[in-house]
Design a protein around this ligand. Structure first.
Ligand code: ADP
Ligand code: ASP
Ligand code: MG
Length: 416
């Protein structure tokens, strides 16, 4: 078995879907599971639908319509005959979405989010499956929610591994080309759950683990894992081979090319992960595997934008020690802040966080009752793995550094 994952960028339009066929034809698709994301920026568009549902009902219809229109244009490019069953299947899904929005009674944002957002993957996988069938790549569409079972921690659900393994072992047909959705699963009441933004890579890894697959390949718009995100850094270089450990570190610090949860299941069964270009499928790309450390051994740069730096000191100049720290961390946990870096001295404590759940105001209010608080929003966190002086100099040039931290292998700065 091989598992392929095609992300939003690879299937952002009809041309992308056609190119997916080119990739499958070049690589072979026997005993293959193809996991697909929502097309292009559909997930972001569905986030607008959710925001409108809660905050701007008058705009809701038009935001839903924008998502439908985007997919209709792709359908028209792919299927000449408007009686093709792809149209019907997509309409059924969008009707299901509309009916949910009409009838839902739950005020729980995270629950609603997961019921709505998954339509991106459902529609995308239906269109791709139908198109592959049309051009002779006979395949089997599967609803991933019948396989990946999770808890009901909506928007960041945890996989129930035993049940998932059992379902995959008993019900998954390995001998055919299967197409399914990334990112989503279902809870014990069969409500849709999601594994966290960009979670489709992780879906591929879950299946690979449960199927003892030979490899996972994630097809990207870059040649592989580079030593820096080409959107923000010039002259980034391809990393040919990386160990699981190194890849986990890169993903952890925010190299968004691989979802951080993807690597651990693969590492456990020593299943290699390939990151390759969907435009040049014949190129080797990057191999993440057990042996290699980092080849070539060069500094790797990672940036996380839109972070928040919070600095605390005690109101009475007493030390910030265990009891204060445990209280601070309890609050960070309560408000679901993703902690990137911490630094403390005797009377101060700084923490750089990702305000993923928009709880910053509540957190600050709570902290201000106990501490003197300063807060810098919209800061950037830069990390260099395997830094050297030249790399640090290059990075710090022209930047106002608010916090800096060095360990043996990793250097981090928070900048304005
Ligand atoms: P998809 O969702 O289509 O699978 P993503 O957009 O999530 O793909 O990931 C690919 C993008 O990741 C690239 O276009 C690139 O800008 C970004 N990226 C961030 N860090 C790296 C890195 N170290 N190497 C390669 N790409 C990176
Ligand atoms: N479509 C989802 C997202 O954009 C999941 C994924 O692409 O991996 O976050
Ligand atoms: Mg993505």
């Amino acid at each position: 078995m091989q598992v392929f994952k095609f992300g939003g960028a690879s299937v952002k339009d009809a041309k992308g879907v056609k190119n997916l066929i080119n990739v499958l034809n070049k690589t072979g698709y026997k005993n293959t599971l193809v996991v697909v994301s929502a097309m292009g920026k559909t997930t972001n568009a569905l986030e607008v639908v959710i925001t409108d549902y809660f905050n701007n009902k008058s705009a809701l219809q038009s935001s839903v319509q924008a998502v439908i229109k985007f997919h209709n244009a792709i359908l028209l490019d792919l299927f000449d005959d408007e009686k093709h069953k792809a149209y019907k299947k997509v309409t059924v899904l969008f009707n299901e979405l509309k009916s949910f929005l009409d009838t839902n009674k739950s005020p729980d944002y995270n629950f609603v989010y997961d019921q709505v957002i998954g339509f991106g993957e459902l529609v995308s996988s239906v269109i791709i499956s139908e198109y592959l069938n049309d051009v002779g790549l006979k395949n089997h569409w599967i609803d991933v929610r019948e396989f990946i079972k999770t808890d009901n921690y909506y928007r960041s659900a945890k996989v129930h591994w035993e049940e998932t393994q059992e379902r995959i072992t008993n019900n998954f047909n390995r001998t055919q080309l299967n197409i399914t959705q990334g990112f989503i699963g279902s809870d014990s009441n069969n409500f849709t759950t999601t594994l966290g933004r960009e979670g489709s890579d992780y879906t591929a890894a879950i299946f690979a683990y449960c199927l003892n697959a030979q490899s996972v390949t994630i097809w990207k718009d870059v040649p592989g894992v580079l030593n820096a995100d080409p959107r923000y850094f010039e002259n980034s270089q391809l990393l040919h081979r990386i160990s699981y450990r190194e890849a986990i570190e890169l993903a952890f610090y925010g190299a968004s090319v691989i979802h951080p949860k993807t690597l651990q299941p693969l590492q456990r069964k020593e299943i290699p992960l390939f990151v390759k270009s969907f435009l040049k499928p014949e190129n080797a790309g990057t191999k993440v595997c057990k042996e290699a450390g980092l080849d070539p051994q060069i500094p790797c740069f990672i940036v996380k934008k839109n972070q928040v730096l919070i600095s605390l000191s005690s109101l009475d100049f007493s030390y910030i020690v265990e009891d204060n720290l445990s209280e601070i961390f309890k609050l960070l946990h309560l408000y679901k802040m993703k902690v990137d870096v911490i630094q403390n001295s005797a009377i101060s404590f700084s923490v750089c966080v990702d305000n993923m759940y928009q709880n910053l105001d509540k957190l600050l209010q709570h902290l201000k009752a106990k501490f003197k608080v300063t807060c810098n929003e919209n800061v950037s966190l830069y990390t260099i793995r395997h830094y050297n002086n030249e790399a640090i100099g290059q990075l710090e040039k022209d930047k106002e550094v608010l916090l800096k931290q060095l360990t043996h292998e990793t250097m981090q700065i928070v900048t304005k």
